[in-house]
Write a protein that binds this ligand. Sequence first.
Ligand code: GLU
Length: 491
Amino acid sequence: MNNKSSEEIRVRFAPSPTGDPHLGAMRTALFNWAFAKKNGGKFILRIEDTDKKRQVEGSVENIIEGLNWLGLNYDEGPEIGGDYGPYIQSQRKKLYINAVNNLLDDGNAYMCDLSTNELEKMKEEQKLQGKPPGYNGYSRNRPRKELEKSKKNGLPIVVRLKVPLSGNIEFADLRRGPMKFDLSKIDDFVILKADEMPTYHLASVVDDSSMNISHVLRGEEWISSTPKHLLLYKFLGLEPPSFVHLPLIFGKDKAKLSKRHGANSIIEYKESGLLPEALVNYISLLGWSPRNNKEVLKYRDIIELFDFKGLSVSPSIFDPEKLNWLNGVHIRSLDDKTLIQITSEKLSEELKDSTDLVDKNKLSEIIPLIKERVKSIDEIYPSIKFFFVYIKPEDSIIKCGPLNKNEIKNNLKELVDNFSTLLEKNKTNHKDIEILLRSNCEKLDLKLRDYLGLVRNCITGSEISPPLFESIEILGLEESISRIQDCINIL
Ligand code: GLU
């Protein structure tokens, strides 16, 4: 069978709005997008909503939000339109009905009035007889008039494709090579349901053809549908696109990827502070490799390097740790300006009542302190919150090695005096602070870890913080003194 010879590359991402978009779906979107971008083609979003029973409210919005967040911009789609719209299948019914009528008129399809109950009964009987359960061609040879009468009488009617009883159908997957399917194993499948909605098979073929799709890149789970689609193309006299099936994604236990493997929906990832470029990098490696040992990839690398040869044919394994690692790598490679912008948005959101505290100048000093350590955007706010709000530490963490409360109190009082002296002398640089704290520690004959720990806990309210001397400099000696004073009062 010939594939579309049209010169323009047109690919589509065709999700069904049956829930929140997951990693696998977004990977399909990404590969389609990259293939289109690389070849100067068009990337199209089409919503496949013909199964109204499975539709979940808000799903279309989440798919669009997910694609936008990931930066997988489409050239044609539901809200932006395009020359081949509408891009929502439930709005394209006429096209499907036309195709069904053609198939009926040509004798390649037929109506069937077998009820769902009767069909189930048929399958049970087949099972009892040790046969594979399926539709047995009940209406295949019945006159069309008889079935039209059933329809008039209000019986639920479906339309089925008249699949040849023998022979093969072949196609060449652009990555996996030639594939052959035995037609005798394919039922006369439904193409139009009793509610006059097309099934996925019919709608997909009609739309891929009428939207001039040149390549269909979709998950491996759809391979068994491809021979059905090819039959439809043949019966409708249409040229099929080329097909590429993408490898399945499993969890580490080789089971189908799900929440329990740590895989979240794209919306959850978005809300968790993951960088979109990190997620895109990670999903690009699920079943594809640029074959140059490179793992850290930016958008432009993916576009440049994407090809079908790099696609794996065996399932890929989702590894949340690698995703987190890549996220850290991407965060560290962001320029300070971008990181400051992201952080300042987060701060304004978190510190609604005290927005005056969000001083961008401060952030430009703070961000370089933490940049090398963060693994997720979400970690940034908790680790720098103490610069903007003081949360007094629990008295249990105002401790210092072997010292008792009174001794600690005296040391802190002395530190307040020392800091005041530094302030008077205008010695507020982190180097001056470091010299002072080290020499205090020596004088007191304490372990550096214990003494600095005490100072850190008092000033930041937490046992973990960015580098202490620099933090005190940024916070200012005055504010630091007031915090130590608070701790003295707690003791
Ligand atoms: N609507 C199908 C899905 O949800 C599309 C499959 C295809 O790409 O043909 O994945």
